[in-house]
Ligand binder design. Structure first.
Ligand code: GLC
Length: 691
């Protein structure tokens, strides 16, 4: 059951789309229902000085309580023990003590002693989730104003609660089949020949590749919807050449619009009033990659429509995939910030006294202040004719940019699926695109973080998601990249991306190219199954990745497993995430078939009993577990999805059969499998039987 409570005057975020099954409650009924589950809702006048009260949800945990959710938030799958702040931020240091990342996903799922329940706090500004941080046994969820909708979801078990939640927030974005191929990215590919070199090197190493991402250097002076023809001459021919080699180019689009006379986007945005404003109605400016920019007011439907259509600058060339970036929005500094710091330096240099260490620290603090979230209180949106401070709707900005892109692309490319994902997000954006988890680093702890983030994201509707494989910042080792790639082959978004000036991390640059070839080729063999499970997750509000306890409800050991995930109907993944390991411990909640891939075509299988085991997994191997009553149909090895039309054609006619695959099952089992495919956006089911 789903109950909702509307408090004050909440902003309509459009996160919840289906209200038909929701029982909207008066305050007393809602409080009573929460109370019966052990939760309290408290309104308290505290520090804000505002007339209205703070709102606080409180829940006392016992030793066994486990809390899931919060989307891409840091820390483990179990969120207990830390304080999370929903306030989207561009911060590339994803350290353990950080409270916020690029997305705010305010859904928590409490596995209590009595009944389990879920809560969604639909509130687009800053709020805090203290999940046993200040006090290990207390959950405290607080927001400074009471203008919010709260949804309480009860159900038979954790998975049922998530399915109900997914049901009310609307169907997740469907990525095309080709977007499940492998993508190579790097902030540093400067021109067409850099991109061609990447493609040629992958092809000659025999490592599959479907996409090359184009970071900001493809643009003319970092201006959205422009192409530097100096660096990409004959761009149309280049896109076609790539397509002939089975490569999709995927350009980046940033949120800030460069202020430059005669730049079409700037001129049109300015004259039509599509940009965010200052207090005095002048246009708000701040610096990002292009220097001073304006920010599109994505809350205005006409600005969204205008911006969305601008993607035609690239779709006209045949581009069908995009990543939206810097859309928290990321702000490097304002003119005022710059002037404050310059003034400080000039005062110091003009004074007669020697510059002390304290003065230098003051300069550093002044530069650090440039990235302060206070800037979000300085500009405004025009929402239905009303001026609204950005701060009040901050977490929705990236979501509305992606909505603009989705709506534009749906008109520009009406007959096909397109690839779209973004960095900043809020629940609701999952209907318009996927997400990547931003600027992680080449650290073993970030490989683990990648795994931990996946189920939380799925709970909140973000199925097409993934991290920068190998890590964006810092230098990756071959071992870390191999292990990370061996996890990445299971994530819907499978992209290796890195920052310029870090070690080049394209797979062909390492000594053991064979191992990369085998691991990535395995992804392509798994693709028909993975895409089918993705379609099921999207179309039936399922989770592609789940914590073990979602299916093995009464298994207390399964509840605490933090480094294994269930994938779709039949698989369990258990990647190696430790340095210098020759394998890992795994927990099997039932008997399973352990499949160890030595190459993409060579593998061993071993039936393993329920319980704790140590498995040996060399750095070029991939472990995988098949659950009872399931099959794993492996397709052929291919270097790009363009070569896999057979699956799409036969699948699209519902004619895929067991003979089209190499099928792995548990000994003496003859399961069947419903494989889903898509043909021109129509879902087609293929029943596959083992004779
Ligand atoms: C941001 C993005 C990163 C990109 C860089 C340059 O840091 O998160 O992926 O490479 O900007 O565009």
């Amino acid at each position: 059951m789903i109950y909702s409570l509307k408090l004050g005057n909440p902003f309509e975020t459009e996160a919840v789309t289906d209200h038909s099954e929701i029982n909207s409650c008066e305050m007393s009924e809602f409080i009573e229902r929460l109370g019966s589950l052990g939760g309290e809702l408290i309104m308290a006048h505290t520090s804000t000085g505002d007339e209205r009260p703070d709102i606080m949800f409180r829940y006392r945990m016992n030793n066994d309580t486990v809390v899931f959710g919060l989307g891409e938030a840091l820390h483990g799958i179990n969120k207990r023990g830390f304080k999370y702040i929903s306030y989207n931020v561009d911060d590339m240091h994803h350290d353990e003590e950080k409270n916020s990342l690029y997305g705010s996903h305010n859904f928590i799922l409490i596995k209590g002693t009595e009944d389990d329940f879920g809560l969604f706090f639909d509130y687009p500004s800053r709020m805090e989730f203290d999940i046993g941080f200040e006090n290990r046994s207390l959950i405290k969820v607080t927001a400074p104003t009471m203008d919010m909708c709260i949804y309480l979801i009860t159900g038979a078990n954790l998975y049922n609660i998530v399915k109900q939640f997914r049901g009310i927030i609307g169907k997740s974005y469907t990525a095309p089949f080709w977007a499940f191929g492998f993508g190579q990215s790097r902030w540093g590919y400067k021109n067409a020949s850099d991109v061609s070199e990447v493609v040629n090197s992958y092809r000659s190493a025999g490592i599959p590749l479907d996409m090359v991402y184009m970071d900001i250097d493809y643009m003319d002076d970092y201006k959205d919807f422009t192409i530097s023809y100096e660096r990409f001459p004959k761009f149309g021919r280049f896109v076609l050449d790539m397509e002939e080699q089975g490569i999709h180019l995927v350009p980046i689009i940033d949120a800030g619009i460069k202020i430059e006379n005669d730049y079409e986007i700037y001129e049109e945005g300015k004259s039509n009033g599509y940009f965010c404003t200052n207090d005095d109605a002048s246009l708000f400016s701040a610096a990002v990659w292009p220097g001073m920019t304006h920010f599109v007011d994505f809350f205005k439907p006409e600005a969204r429509e205008w911006f969305g259509k601008k993607y035609s600058a690239l779709t006209d060339y045949g581009i069908e995939g995009f990543w939206n970036d810097m859309n928290e929005p990321s702000i490097f500094y304002t003119q005022q910030d710059l002037e404050n710091t310059c003034e400080l330096i000039s005062d110091l240099s003009l004074s007669d006294k020697e510059i002390s260490a304290k003065d230098c620290l003051e300069i550093r603090d002044s530069v650090d202040a440039w990235r302060s979230p206070e800037v979000y209180k300085q500009f405004y949106h025009n929402i239905n004719g009303k001026r609204v401070s950005h701060d009040k709707v901050h977490n929705l900005y990236g979501y509305y940019m992606t909505k603009a892109a989705y709506e534009g692309l749906s008109e520009l490319i009406p007959d096909k699926r397109f690839l779209l994902f973004a960095r900043s997000s809020y629940i609701g954006m999952h209907r318009y695109g996927g997400l990547w988890t931003g600027d992680n680093k080449s650290r073993w702890s970030h490989l683990k973080l990648n795994l931990s983030q996946l189920p939380g994201l799925n709970m909140c509707g973000f199925i097409y998601s993934g991290a920068d494989i190998g890590g964006f910042g810092a230098d990756v080792s071959e071992e870390l990249l191999l292990r990370w790639t061996a996890l990445g082959i299971f994530t819907p978004l499978f992209r290796n991306h890195s920052v310029k000036d870090s070690r080049n991390q394209e797979c062909y640059r390492f000594e053991n190219t064979e191992a990369f070839r085998d691991i990535i080729s395995l992804r392509y063999r798994l693709l028909p199954y993975l895409y089918s499970e993705f379609l099921k997750a999207v179309n039936s509000d399922l989770m592609y990745f789940r914590p073990l306890c979602f299916d093995y409800e009464d298994d207390n050991d399964a509840l605490y497993v933090e480094d294994q995930l269930l994938l779709g109907e039949g698989l369990m993944i258990a990647p190696v995430i430790e340095e210098n390991a020759n394998g890992r411990y795994v927990y099997l909640p039932e008997d399973m078939l352990f499949i160890k891939f030595k190459t993409d075509t060579e593998f061993t299988t071993e039936l393993m009993p329920k319980g704790h085991h140590y498995i040996h997994v060399a750095i070029d191997q991939v472990p995988l577990f098949l659950r009872r009553g399931n099959m794993l149909p492996l397709g052929g090895s291919h270097v790009c999805t363009a070569d896999m039309s057979m699956y799409l054609e036969l699948g699209g006619k519902g004619e895929l059969q067991a003979k089209d695959f190499e099928i792995i099952t548990l000994p003496s089992e003859k399961p069947s499998y419903e494989m889903l495919c898509e043909s021109e956006k129509t879902l087609v089911s293929n029943k596959i039987f083992v004779e």
